[in-house]
Design a protein around this ligand. Structure first.
Ligand code: PEP
Ligand code: MG
Length: 572
């Protein structure tokens, strides 16, 4: 039985508690006619009234717990329930089409939702979710079905749900709800926003987790890494409890480092940037004193939609991030779809080994129109900050050349059309395939920079699927073969005077940081919540001391030996 899962970190912190599986209310109705339309209208009015009552109660409770900003979401929901564009057509359907209120409302909202989703505006598209959420409550009242009574939970739990609406999330009582995980969802959903303001750990996009968790089983979540463990061992529990306590105490101390640049004890400058997946994550990078964005995973913009985001929509998103970071560099990674990241609306063919299939740059080179749209959006946005464009999963030099040629073509077209494009855009690659790591010197002659993607580089080096816990013992970041590849990439970059950073999870691993510095890496990019701890750790390291062990590290035989050695030398 699968016990380890990985989701998208949505709100940091560690929680351990029993699983509470959120049951989805059955809102299906049967198509039927009625005799008295007056009575049907009355039923509709009553359901609206009850729903408004519910929302007012929730709004008040949120206002008390979280303040006006969070409560405003429910004021917006209340407005929807009084909106003539929802009410009038529903009543007309009841009267003229003789539909029961459930069906009349369902038809009206479907049209409204479609209209919002068609709009070329991110904010309006999100309103579609609000309409869905609010009208579900009305339909539940019409059917006499209970809406999930999260407000009545009275023991410590972690909520496990396929998805969560803002109103569900907002009903959480922090005393009892220790965290939540959803199968679906992007980090831009209102639920994720509320989780962050509630300051409870949360993970979204955990795919099929709900199938594997049984009600009441013990579950442990780390909202910082997105890791989930079902029925953790005593050892796991001890480790996580210790870590949780330590993190809480230290988080407080680290905030003083926010505006300081990062230096080792003996004066080696190290740059620490943040990884983001959603626009609102930028704020966390700024608040943690990130020195740039080292990885913007743009696929999340694509995954949270029902259709491809338009050029305009993408331009707005990229511009937002660039402007927010001002003069600091922002590495935006082009679409990395495929593998475990699907776009349902594209109906991509199933593959036997999706991680070895049409993923990332391979997908983009096969779907030029999608790729060109993204490149144009990026080029247009380049005027608003320090843009670096990064191609993922590059395996061959031809792939890089092809991708770059498309970029150059789009740039020329834009300039011909009179659109301004920055002249200093850096174009680089993620190094996440062993072939690329081995050929780093040749790549370094052509690219502007490397970013080492260890999440994939480890899995491909060790042939151990990063999602498969049955081979997780082979997924070894400290394996000498992996370190050798990292070292080769860093050396190649240095020889060709190109920048090199790391944006895989390894970059924020406290055990790995001294090793990486020892190999000569001085740019790291990580989840914003790790930035300050990494800065603090680096301040206590001596570059000259670590450099002296590089040779020893690379001649080790096992990952275990590497770790042991680092510990014995007081680096870990
Ligand atoms: C990586 O592979 O290390 C990486 C940062 O990319 P992703 O985790 O999105 O595959
Ligand atoms: Mg990757």
């Amino acid at each position: 039985m699968k016990a380890n899962f990985q989701g998208i970190p949505a709100s940091s912190g560690i929680a351990i508690a029993k699983a509470y599986k959120l049951k989805v209310p059955n809102l299906s109705y049967t198509h039927k006619t009625f005799t008295d339309s007056e009575m049907e209208i009355q039923r509709f009015e009553n359901a609206l009234k009850q729903s408004k009552q519910d929302l007012k109660c929730i709004r008040e409770s949120i206002r008390r717990k979280l303040g006006d900003d969070s409560a405003d979401i429910f004021s917006a929901h209340l407005l929807i329930l009084s909106d003539p564009t929802l009410i009038v057509p529903t009543k007309e359907r009841i009267i003229h089409k003789r539909l029961i209120a459930e069906e009349a409302l369902d038809q009206t909202r479907t049209l409204l939702i479609e209209m919002f989703e068609r709009m070329d505006n991110r904010y309006m598209k999100e309103r579609a979710l609000d309409v869905q959420d609010v009208t579900n409550r009305v339909i539940a009242h019409l059917l006499g079905v209970d809406f999930p009574s999260l407000a009545f939970i009275n023991e410590e739990v972690i909520i496990i749900a396929n998805d969560l609406t803002p109103s569900e999330t907002a009903q959480f009582d922090r005393k009892f709800v220790k965290g939540f995980v959803t199968d679906r969802g992007g980090a831009t959903s209102h639920s994720a926003i509320i989780a962050r303001s509630l300051n409870i750990p949360a993970i979204v996009g955990a795919r099929d987790l709900t199938h594997y968790v049984s009600e009441g089983s013990l579950i442990m979540i780390d909202g910082h890494t997105g890791k989930i463990k079902i029925n953790p061992s005593d050892n796991d529990l001890r480790m996580y409890r210790r870590e949780k306590k330590m993190r809480e105490q230290q988080n407080k101390k680290w905030t003083v480092l926010k505006d300081e640049p990062t230096w080792t004890e003996d004066g080696q400058r190290v740059k620490i940037a943040g990884n983001i997946g959603a626009l609102e994550d930028v704020q966390a990078v700024v608040e943690s004193g990130g020195e740039g964005i080292g990885l913007f995973r743009t696929e999340f913009l694509f995954m949270e939609k029902n259709q491809l985001p338009s050029e305009e929509e993408q331009f707005t998103a990229y511009r937002f991030v660039l402007e927010k970071m001002g003069h600091k560099p922002v590495s935006i990674r082009t679409l990395d779809i495929g593998g475990d990241k699907e776009l349902n609306y594209l109906h991509m063919p199933e593959e036997l080994n999706p991680f070895l299939g049409v993923r990332a740059i391979r997908f983009c080179l096969k779907h030029e129109t999608i790729f060109r749209t993204q490149l144009r959006a990026l080029l247009r946005a380049s005027m608003y900050g320090q843009l670096k464009i990064m191609f993922p999963m590059v395996a061959t030099i031809e792939e890089f050349r092809q991708a770059k040629a498309l970029l150059v073509e789009e740039k020329k077209r834009l300039i011909q059309d009179g659109v301004d494009v920055a002249t200093n855009i850096k174009v680089g690659i993620m190094v996440e395939i062993p072939a690329t790591a081995i050929m780093a010197r040749q790549f370094a002659k052509e690219v502007d920079f490397f970013s080492i993607g260890t999440n994939d580089l480890i899995q491909y080096t060790m042939a151990a699927d990063r999602l498969n816990e049955r081979v997780s013992h082979l997924y070894q970041p400290y394996h000498p073969a992996h370190l050798f590849l990292i070292s080769n990439i860093i050396d190649a970059a240095r020889q060709e005077e190109k920048a090199v950073s790391m944006c895989g999870e390894m970059a924020s691993d406290p055990l790995a940081i001294p090793i990486l510095l020892g190999l000569g890496l001085h740019e790291l990019s990580m989840n914003p919540s790790s930035i300050l701890s990494a800065r603090s750790q680096i301040q206590g390291l001596s570059q000259s001391q670590i450099t002296s062990v590089k040779h020893d590290l690379l001649s080790m035989h096992t990952a275990e030996e590497v770790l042991q050695y680092m510990k014995e030398n007081n680096f870990g």
